[in-house]
Design a protein around this ligand. Structure first.
Ligand code: HEC
Ligand code: HEC
Ligand code: HEC
Length: 466
């Protein structure tokens, strides 16, 4: 299983702005908070809703739901319910605890993963049941408080590099199952290195203000107007899946902007082979807008999450690889399908318009495309079964922030060995053989051809990703 390497969240450090400034920022930005429950969101355009259409459940689960509330308790739909530890393991997998809590070469769940930020370094903690260095002395109630409120025993405030703003949606029973599972792990004695000054103990008090402004501790509320499948998908996507962490833009204090949910976020993560280089990535628009997943069907999204390969659109290659390899592909087909149903029915969000790409910019990129890309993505941009995915309609290509597009051209796209991307060729790194100007030119070409749209890319944007 692939391990997390150094990873950076741009957002987390923002809470470290001196408290006064933060409070000011919070007042200015109060309109962004608090996070509305999914029930407050605009109703999806066409929610599929057929009676009895939910995932197949083990017979023990089919206990009649309350008649007046047919879509109640999406948290009751977890497979493998007969054994609490198995259930907890499944849910911990959905939350991808292992990726963020296992440093390269370290024991699983023992922490120490580095999150580099412009404000310094923060490490994930040891969540094995070691009494001294892990969570061995934590009670179930302590654990629930950390997951829902971001507060550890002794009132120690946690930073939202730990996605408690998403985990707060998870039901008490599911959090208890995860706790139970973690107590069955082998205790490992390990203390992560000290954090940078801005993530030191004194800075933790700043989180009181941040939480007051931006964090609402509340469980997922079933939307009775939606199907059980949609609710299950919403519960997993918003909660344990924490997809918004990388796919929703943030305000200056690092809190997600709920009115722009899933229209694209940004993270810092490694690029290319090796562990050294950390660059910006754009977590693309997941809403069914044209520049997002508009071209993907529910089955395409489900296949991508479940298998890492949706042949009609994309395979996994960037930061999504950990999400898929360590987490999503282990979920049941019903659960990834439910998430796909929820995602496909998000309100479409197109970022506010910018400058369009000029015709001469498109023309300048055409010969570069012909030379460097058309072999696999074809002149039509439609790709081919033995070549590569289509660039027509691609969210990576069209996203307002071109960081991920530049990264794939510069550093290539190696599919992880755990998933199969059919018979496609491998897209090699082209950064060494292409200049910044050429990469910008070809990026503009693919962003303005075949009906694609996007903002112009400059050579300076490319230089930043080197
Ligand atoms: C995106 C990365 C990420 C994911 C995913 C993640 N964590 Fe963490 N977690 C962190 C970081 C970073 C910290 C340290 C936060 C701090 O020091 O304030 C942390 C802290 C914690 C703590 C506090 C421990 C302590 O001793 O203070 C607990 C408990 C925890 N995580 C449990 C989990 C569980 C359970 C999951 C999966 C359901 C999970 N985490 C998923 C990054 C993550
Ligand atoms: C040798 C074949 C090959 C060449 C040449 C190639 N690619 Fe690719 N490209 C691929 C494959 C295969 C993938 C899918 C990678 C995966 O999913 O693992 C891909 C993926 C992509 C993606 C991501 C699509 C998505 O939505 O996920 C973009 C964007 C892209 N290529 C752009 C380009 C550009 C621009 C060029 C020329 C500068 C280029 N590629 C050259 C084979 C190629
Ligand atoms: C750690 C940050 C992170 C998390 C968490 C995350 N994503 Fe992503 N996602 C990205 C980035 C960065 C990209 C663009 C590069 C890539 O594909 O890896 C992306 C791309 C995607 C794509 C488009 C792939 C393509 O090639 O067109 C989909 C679909 C997607 N993510 C869905 C999800 C879903 C669903 C979740 C929650 C289960 C999720 N992501 C969680 C960072 C993340």
């Amino acid at each position: 299983m692939k391990r997390t390497l150094a990873k950076v969240l741009i957002a987390a450090p923002l809470l470290l702005v001196p408290v006064g400034a933060l409070v000011l920022a919070g007042i200015v930005l109060a309109a962004d908070a608090p996070a509305p429950a999914p029930t407050d969101m605009p109703a999806p355009a066409a929610a599929p809703r057929a009676a009895g259409e939910g995932p197949a459940l083990p017979p023990s689960d089919v206990a009649a739901p309350a008649a007046e509330n047919p879509a109640s308790a999406p948290s009751d739909m977890t497979p493998q319910v007969d054994n609490l530890a198995d259930k907890g393991k499944y849910l911990a997998t959905a939350g991808n605890c292992i990726s963020c809590h296992t440093r390269p070469g370290g024991a699983e769940f023992s922490g120490g993963v580095e999150f580099h930020t412009p404000f310094g370094l923060i490490h994930s903690t040891n969540i094995t049941p070691d009494p001294e260095t892990g969570i061995g002395k934590w009670t179930e109630a302590d654990f629930i408080k950390a997951m829902h409120d971001g507060v550890a025993p002794g009132g120690r405030r946690l930073f939202p590099a730990f996605p408690y703003p998403a985990f707060t949606k998870v039901s008490d029973d599911d959090v208890k199952a995860i706790y139970h599972y973690l107590t069955t792990l082998k205790p490992v004695a390990y203390t992560p290195p000290a954090n940078g000054m801005m993530f030191s103990s004194p800075a933790r008090w700043g989180m009181i203000f941040w939480n007051a402004l931006f964090h609402t501790s509340e469980r997922y509320k079933t939307d009775t107007a939606q199907s059980a499948e949609w609710n299950r998908g919403a519960y997993l996507t918003e909660g344990l899946g924490h997809c918004s962490m990388c796919h929703t833009p943030r305000n200056v204090a690092g809190a997600e902007k709920q009115d722009e949910a899933y229209s694209g976020g940004e993270i810092m993560d490694k690029v290319g082979e090796g562990e050294g280089k950390i660059r910006k990535w754009a977590g693309v628009n997941l809403t069914p807008a044209k520049s997002g997943l508009g071209a993907w069907s529910v089955d395409d999204i489900a296949a991508y999450l479940n298998k890492g390969f949706a042949s009609r659109h994309a395979g996994t290659w960037g930061p999504m690889t950990e999400v898929i390899v360590n987490s999503m592909r282990h979920l049941s087909v019903e659960d990834t399908k439910a998430m796909a149903v929820y995602i496909k029915n998000l309100p479409p969000r197109e970022p506010a318009g910018g400058v369009a790409i000029a015709e001469d910019q498109t023309k300048a990129g055409a010969p570069v495309y012909k030379d460097r890309c058309s072999k696999c993505h074809m002149d039509s941009g439609r790709g081919g079964m033995f070549n590569g995915p289509p660039l027509v309609g691609s969210a990576i290509v069209q996203h307002a922030d071109p960081a991920s597009l530049i990264n794939i051209i510069m550093y290539g796209a190696n599919a992880p060995k755990e998933v199969s991307t059919g018979q496609w060729e491998t897209m090699k790194a082209l950064g060494e053989v292409m200049t910044d100007a050429e990469i910008a030119a070809v990026a503009n070409y693919v962003r303005s051809s075949w009906g694609n749209t996007g903002r112009p890319v400059q050579a300076a944007d490319v230089a930043k990703q080197r």
